[in-house]
Write a protein that binds this ligand. Structure first.
Ligand code: ASP
Length: 354
C-alpha cells in the first residue's frame, strides 16, 4: 500500500540510491562495481508546514551528507567507511537528533547511542549512554575493531573513549534551543497526563535519529545508526539505535536496514534483522519491509499513544533501495541517479492500525 502525501507531513527521511540496477548475483560479495546509499534523518524532525527556509535547512543538510557518501562510493571507498563518514556529518549537524542537536533526557542532559555493522563479516560495534563523545558512531566502530566486545555503555564507554583517543566535548556542547523547547513541551504534556515511559507528545517532538545503509563497489554492505534517543527519556533508557538487529543490520548475502522511530518497538520485534531475515527467506525488498511493519502490529503496548511510529530504509544485496513508514504523511525524500528531483513521499506505508 502506498501512502499519499499529507498536507502537514512532518518527517524527514532522505534516500539516495545510485548505480544500483537490479540483477541476479551469486553469494556476496559481488564485485560488480554497482554502489548504493540510503540515508535517513529520522522519523520525526520537521513539520512539513514549517517555513521554507527551515525545510531547506534539513534538505541541504541531508543533501550534503549524501553528496559526501556519493563521492566516496564513486571513488571506491569501503561501505563501512562511507557509513561512518556520512553519519559523522549528520552527528555534527544540529538539525538531527544525533550528536550536536541530540534530544535531552528528562534530567536535561544528553546520553547518546550508536551502532555500526559490517555486512561482510557480521562484525558490529555499539555504544550506549555516552555523554562526552562528539562522534558516537566512531566510538562504536572502535568498539568493533579494537575490542572483543560488541556494546559498551555509560562510564565504561567513556573510559574506552579516553583510551581510544576519540574527540570529546562537554555535554552542553550537544545543546540546541529547538531540542530544549521540545523537552519543555514533553515535560508539560507529561504533567498533563502522559506517562513517564511514553509522554503524550507529538511524534515530531521526539524522533530524529540518523541512519545509513550502503553498498560499495565490491558488493559489501554496511549499516549505521546514531541518536540522542527520545526527548524526555528516563535517565538510563536505551533505544534501538545501539542494538544491532533492532536499529540496524547488514549482511552482504541478503541486505541491510536502518530504523528510526520508537526504539522499544524495534527492539521487541528485532525490526532491522527481521527485514534482512525476510529477504533471506526469499521475500523481495518491499515485501520484507511490509512484513516487518506488520510484525509491529502484533505488539501490545500500553504506553504507545501518539509516539508509536517506525520508519525504515533498507536495501537488498544488489543495492536496490526502498523505505517504509508506519505513519501516513511521513516526509520522505528519495532520489536515484536517474531522477532529476527528489521525491518527497513515503515509498511504502503500513499503518500500525487499519
Ligand atoms: N529510535 C530512536 C530511539 O528510540 C529514536 C529516533 O528514532 O529518533 O532511541
Amino acid at each position: 500500500m502506498s501512502c499519499r502525501l499529507a498536507p502537514r507531513a512532518a518527517r524527514c527521511l532522505l534516500l539516495f540510491a545510485a548505480g544500483c540496477a537490479a540483477g541476479p548475483s551469486p553469494d556476496a560479495p559481488v564485485q560488480d562495481g554497482r554502489w548504493a546509499i540510503a540515508i535517513h534523518g529520522g522519523a520525526g524532525t520537521i513539520d512539513r508546514g514549517s517555513p521554507k527556509a527551515e525545510l531547506d535547512g534539513y534538505r541541504d543538510a541531508l543533501g550534503m551528507a549524501l553528496a559526501e557518501g556519493r563521492l566516496r562510493l564513486a571513488r571506491g571507498d569501503a561501505a563501512l567507511d562511507v557509513c561512518e563518514a556520512v553519519v559523522r556529518m549528520l552527528e555534527d549537524d544540529p538539525h538531527f537528533n544525533a550528536g550536536k542537536g541530540a534530544a535531552f533526557d528528562e534530567q536535561g542532559h544528553h546520553t547518546l547511542d550508536a551502532s555500526i555493522m559490517d555486512g561482510t563479516t557480521l562484525a558490529c560495534g555499539a555504544v550506549a549512554g555516552v555523554r562526552t563523545v562528539r562522534h558516537p558512531i566512531t566510538l562504536a566502530r572502535r568498539v568493533m575493531t579494537d575490542t572483543p566486545h560488541v556494546l559498551l555503555m555509560g562510564d565504561g564507554a567513556e573510559d574506552f573513549a579516553t583510551a581510544a583517543g576519540v574527540e570529546r566535548v562537554p555535554n552542553e556542547w550537544f545543546d540546541t534551543e529547538p531540542r530544549r523547547r521540545m523537552l519543555e513541551e514533553v515535560l508539560r504534556e507529561r504533567a498533563r497526563g502522559g506517562t513517564a515511559a511514553a509522554p503524550r507528545a507529538p511524534t515530531a517532538a521526539v524522533y530524529g535519529t540518523v541512519g545509513c545503509v550502503v553498498r560499495d563497489k565490491n558488493g559489501r554492505l554496511a549499516a549505521a545508526t546514531s541518536t540522542g534517543g527520545l526527548t524526555g527519556k528516563r535517565f538510563g533508557r536505551v533505544g534501538d539505535s545501539p542494538i544491532v538487529g533492532a536499529g540496524n543490520y547488514a549482511d552482504n548475502r541478503h541486505g541491510a536496514a536502518a530504523c528510526t522511530g520508537r526504539g522499544e518497538m524495534a527492539i521487541r520485534a528485532a525490526t532491522a534483522y527481521s527485514i534482512v531475515r525476510y529477504m533471506r527467506d526469499g521475500l523481495g525488498l518491499d515485501d520484507a519491509l511490509r512484513r516487518a511493519m506488520l510484525d509491529l502490529r502484533d505488539l501490545v503496548d500500553p504506553f504507545a499513544e501518539r509516539v508509536n511510529v517506525m520508519n525504515t530504509v533498507a536495501m537488498d544485496r544488489d543495492g536496490n533501495v526502498s523505505a517504509i513508514s508506519t505513519a501516513e504523511g511521513t516526509f520522505y525524500v528519495y532520489q536515484t541517479l536517474e531522477m532529476r528531483e527528489p521525491v518527497e513521499q513515503p515509498r511504502l506505508c503500513v499503518p500500525l492500525k487499519d
